[in-house]
Ligand binder design. Structure first.
Ligand SMILES: Nc1ncnc2c1ncn2[C@@H]1O[C@H](COP(=O)(O)OP(=O)(O)OP(=O)(O)O)[C@@H](O)[C@H]1O
Ligand SMILES: [Mg+2]
Length: 526
């Protein structure tokens, strides 16, 4: 399938405003009363983000949840920040829940704006997320953020809380995506409480601790652009460049270089999503990380029965964020960021040039990833024929609604010289002759490059996951957790942390969804 990344721009670039009013925005006032800081765990926290002027955030304290308990912890994420996952005592759980604040924490909620479903939404901000600070790790400074820790000045109509259901989903998927090698924010933990939270029904509250070098979003830049505050726009861009993209400082126009690099990373991230069938569900510009990491796991889904038009977000009536649309929307979102950076870049042409790298970067990455999924080398003279081979593959996957993950995993077992081992693959298709015809083309292509079955199988199994977070698996863990049995959260996490391994004892986690899960719908409610 060729992904179409041509897009309708929201509007032409506006010229940079001649002058910006100084200090256009005062930071929102603090609504939460500061609580008492208690050294529950001795995290050596700094807060680099809080060194920005106060316009960028509000200092505040989380609202404690009563009697918190641990629902899940990611051992690798814990070790990354120097925590021993086996030593989680009550004080630590209280910190993970936002019920206690580490002594060195300087909690802040950040302001941002954004485009939601293609429409300018104005000011949003961390309505339920709060940054504790950052910790030095082997991978560089890592910010820790509570999600669901109470109201902030940016909560608007919301209650500042997150429910157990959505928190488990975010926790599991963050770590699953990381294990798949896809750029993403991480998740350290989920802590729950019996405190009720009103959604469609009454659910219970939970807090996830997320980790990322920064949670700055495209919408953080759009915020200052739309307020005509070039001073703060520049402060934010300089902060991001100096801290996260220091090599760009030496470029002739560091702001254009920033846009180009973020555009490239975004294109690559979305190419990775397409390659594993991940659908984000809410690709609003306030959910786009300035680091090109997957951010905000709400109504996401992994493709099961293949349908390029699949919409994983029950509330997305137009299908704006369907699987097939994701590449275009990634470009659209970069456009919104570009618009916000025009005042710093100066030249509209230079801005456009930085944005124009998107299609090429996406196409190159997706082509590389799809070749790897098929176990094929990229041969220049075969480029057109390979495109046709991929087009016909996606055509039969679509026509047969074949399971995306199982197809690619089983494909590694196909033999180049014989159809003797085809049955598990053929079984995924209703139209078996269509599969046979495609398999014959594929075999011809394998033989052309002298592909060796065993080598190809090993290489394909290293890129085609066996285990992804299917909605029904997440739901099974959630159902048990809602009965206070957290064992399935732990087990599923463990399975998903090695998605490419065979794990014979966990075969059932690679199975097709049961009938009851076919109509499972995921809403924005979280
Ligand atoms: N329960 C809530 N209480 C307060 N604000 C909320 C709540 N749910 C969402 N928001 C806010 O609504 C806006 C858009 O919500 P969205 O679902 O994209 O974000 P989120 O899931 O809360 O957070 P994040 O993007 O940090 O993962 C954000 O400003 C978010 O903080
Ligand atoms: Mg969000």
């Amino acid at each position: 399938m060729t992904f179409d990344v041509a897009l309708q721009h929201p509007r032409p670039f506006a010229p940079a405003a001649a002058a910006f009013p100084p200090g256009a925005l005062k930071s929102a006032s603090l609504r939460n009363q500061p609580g008492k800081a208690i050294a529950a765990i001795a995290l050596p926290l700094e807060n680099s983000f809080a060194s920005l002027p106060p316009d960028f955030y509000t200092r505040l304290m989380p609202t404690p949840l009563p009697a918190p308990y641990l629902v899940g912890i990611s051992a690798p994420a814990a070790r990354l920040i120097g925590l021993d996952p086996a030593q989680v005592d009550d004080d630590t759980v209280a910190v993970l829940a936002g019920s206690r604040v580490p002594e060195r924490a300087q909690p802040v909620a950040a302001v941002y704006s954004g485009h939601q479903f293609g429409v300018w939404a104005g000011q949003l901000g961390d309505g339920r997320a709060m940054l504790l600070g950052d910790v030095a790790t082997a991978e560089g400074p890592m910010e820790l953020q509570w999600k669901g820790a109470g109201m902030t000045p940016y909560s608007r109509m919301g209650d500042g809380r997150a429910v157990l259901r959505s928190s488990i989903r975010e926790f599991l998927c963050s770590e699953a995506m990381h294990a798949l090698g896809i750029p993403t924010t991480r998740a350290l933990s989920v802590a729950g409480s019996d405190q009720g939270v009103v959604r469609e029904t009454i659910e219970t509250a939970a807090v996830v601790i997320r980790m990322a070098p920064t949670f700055i979003r495209f919408g953080s830049f759009e915020h200052w652009f739309h307020r005509n505050n070039e001073g703060n726009l520049r402060i934010l861009a300089d902060y991001v460049i100096d801290r996260f993209y220091p090599a760009l400082r030496d470029e002739d126009n560091p702001y254009a270089a920033l846009l180009e690099e973020v555009t490239r990373r975004t294109a690559r991230m979305i190419a990775h999503w397409q390659s594993v069938g991940f659908m984000h569900g809410v690709m609003n510009t306030d959910n786009m990380s300035i680091l090109g990491q997957t951010l905000d796991y709400g109504p996401f889904g992994f493709m099961e029965a293949f349908n390029a038009q699949h919409i994983c977000n029950h509330s997305d009536h137009q299908g704006r964020y369907s699987y097939a649309m994701q590449p275009q929307i990634g470009h659209w979102n970069c456009y919104a960021l570009a618009q916000a950076l025009v005042p710093l870049i100066g030249e509209v042409e230079e801005t456009q040039a930085a944005l124009d790298v998107y299609q090429g970067e996406f196409a190159t990455t997706v082509d590389r990833l799809l070749h790897a999924k098929l176990g094929l080398n990229q041969l220049p003279e075969q480029a057109d024929a390979d495109r046709a081979l991929l087009d016909s593959l996606f055509g039969i996957l679509q026509a047969n609604h074949a399971d995306f993950t199982l197809f690619f995993r089983r494909l590694s077992g196909l033999q180049a010289g014989s159809n003797a081992g085809d049955e598990p693959l053929r079984d995924l298709f209703i139209d078996r002759p269509a599969f046979d015809a495609w398999a014959q083309q594929y075999r011809t292509r394998l033989l052309l490059e002298g592909s060796v079955d065993a080598e190809r199988k090993a290489a394909m199994n290293a890129v085609n996951p066996k285990y992804v977070l299917r909605n029904y698996l997440a739901q099974g863990a959630i159902d048990k957790a809602q009965q206070k049995d957290f064992s399935e959260v732990a087990r599923l996490l463990q399975v998903l942390q090695s998605p490419f391994d065979e794990q014979p004892e966990n075969e059932q986690y690679a199975a097709l969804p049961p009938d009851w899960a076919a109509e499972l719908e995921v809403s924005c409610s979280s």
